[in-house]
Design a protein around this ligand. Structure first.
Ligand code: PLP
Ligand code: COI
Length: 341
């Protein structure tokens, strides 16, 4: 890969793709402890062909963003939550946790080192940050490794779903991405590997992403391939699925608080795929997705349209406005959400 030059980037028209920035961060774990991490200009990694991450998927990752404020400063959004979730994900795969304070410091170092690549406030873009950890021990039997690499890269991004705040269409699948008791609550590469075939089928059929259903009965909504789901009922209640096999989305927990502040009486509750009529609006929520309106869900050939296929609904818009105002530092949110870099 060749390094990208900030002068060559059109910050107003960014897509969601990888660009090779000047600096990443790396730390290694050997002999039962983490070594001192440091910035590196090498965006490639040299690992054994037998590294356990490559064969048995011993890999966990996170995703968070840095936002350029109007005053020129830079915010992270709740990085402590990503640090904690990565620790939880690592535990599920028998990997060592990366210390939470060091995680936040590593993220800040990467943001500062690549600050020319943080999209300007006016562009509406952000710097997507991808911390991850892999098992590097050469292993052929199925067991956890003893050696690990923690790494953080960053890339400037725009909207994840093609429409941004324009609604897009979603579809259910016969496939599952995670099982109850499996790794759905952990952010591990294997979950995303399982989602590639259904995701590709959905894209080929013209949909933005898959709506996964619960793996036991295929009756309740789980989440989308890259985001959690919410619906707003006709009487204005914010509902989001409760399930043991979905990712505990930091955006979701933030919106549960903001929806409460806005009088939307939010709940986490099972949501049946045949009860979509209760909703006036629906959306996807996540770091990459931010809030993306779900225009329709097609299930077994039947298309259910929510508010509109072309216009974002008023409650979804209000949640979006409040969330991004906090992330970009235009409005004050709950204590500790916006973290200055
Ligand atoms: N669900 C899945 C499968 C995801 O990939 C993501 C993205 O991180 C989310 C939900 C949203 O989580 P968060 O809001 O913490 O980014
Ligand atoms: C995120 O929102 O951070 C994600 O991980 C979603 C996707 C890019 C995998």
């Amino acid at each position: 890969m060749t390094k990208v030059d900030a002068k060559d980037l059109d910050f107003d028209n960014l897509d969601f793709s990888y660009r090779d920035l000047p600096y990443s961060y790396e730390a290694e774990y050997h002999d039962g402890k983490w070594g001192k991490g440091k910035l590196t200009t090498d965006s490639s990694m040299n690992i054994s062909e037998a590294a356990v991450a490559l064969h048995y998927g011993e890999e966990v990752f996170e995703g968070l963003k840095a936002y350029r404020r109007k005053d020129g400063g830079v915010n992270l959004f709740r990085p402590d939550r990503n640090a904690k979730r990565m620790k939880n994900s690592a535990e599920r795969l028998l990997m060592p946790g990366y210390p939470e304070a060091d995680f936040i410091e590593a993220v800040k170092e990467v943001v500062r080192a690549n600050q020319d690549f943080i999209p300007p406030y006016e562009s509406g873009g952000s710097l997507y940050i991808r911390p991850f950890m892999i098992g590097t021990s050469p292993i052929v039997g199925v067991h956890a490794g003893q050696d690990f690499t923690f790494r953080v890269y960053a890339t400037p991004v725009g909207a994840y779903y093609p429409g941004g705040l324009t609604p897009t269409a979603f579809v259910t699948s016969e496939f599952d991405r995670a099982a109850h008791g499996g790794t759905g609550q952990a952010k591990v590469g294997g979950n995303y590997a399982a989602s590639m075939l259904p995701g590709e089928e959905a894209h080929r059929a013209g949909y933005s992403d898959v709506v996964y259903l619960d793996p036991r009965e295929h009756h309740y909504i789980e989440e989308l391939g890259s985001a959690n789901f919410f619906g707003i009922t006709k009487d204005g209640q914010f509902k989001t699925p409760k399930s043991p096999s979905i990712l505990p989305s930091i955006t979701k927990y933030s919106l549960l608080e903001l929806a409460d502040e806005m009088g939307m009486n939010p709940v986490e509750t099972p949501i049946a795929i045949d009860e979509l009529d209760q909703f006036a609006e629906a959306g996807a929520m996540g770091t990459a997705a931010v809030i993306s309106p779900v225009g329709s869900i097609t299930h077994k050939g039947n298309k259910h349209v929510f508010y509109s296929e072309t216009e974002v609904g008023p409650k979804t818009q209000a949640l979006y406005d409040r969330l991004i105002a906090i992330q970009y530092g235009d409005e004050k949110g709950p204590a500790g959400w916006a973290v200055d870099v």
